[in-house]
Unconditional design. Sequence first.
Length: 164
Amino acid sequence: MINEQIRDKEVRLIGSDGAQLGIVSGRDAQRMADEKKLDLVKISPTAKPPVCKIMDYSKFRFEQQKKDKEARKKQKTVDIKELRLSQNIDVHDINVKIKKCVEFLKDGAKVKITIRFRGRELSHTDGAYKILNKFAEDVAEFGAVEKPPKLEAKTLAMFLAPKS
């Protein structure tokens, strides 16, 4: 809340230089802000009495947006790449998938390895667990198992995270 939106009888006032000006009436606080050609901004509405500060609100908002923009620049997003295998994958095919997984892990992305079961394959999941465990061993020097193989509906999934 700023300026005329503040309708409290008494407020604890902080000056534009940060000095405590004490408890004053809302009208007096607004008048003081108008004399300095600044805005009266309610900082803490839940306090008894509410805390208000005299400041240049548009400049404050601009600085806040600038800080938010800088924080977003420094934020790091984690990519999750997915590799799909089948239960009856051949040795050469799995080696190609391992090379691709190592590339992803070197780039700093997490990798989700999935095996989807179709039809009667769901009754023979033990082979798929062996494939995923062997896969994890082969890429162990570049990534660690974040979530071990887990069966969810018709899909067996495992997550690998890059080693720091």
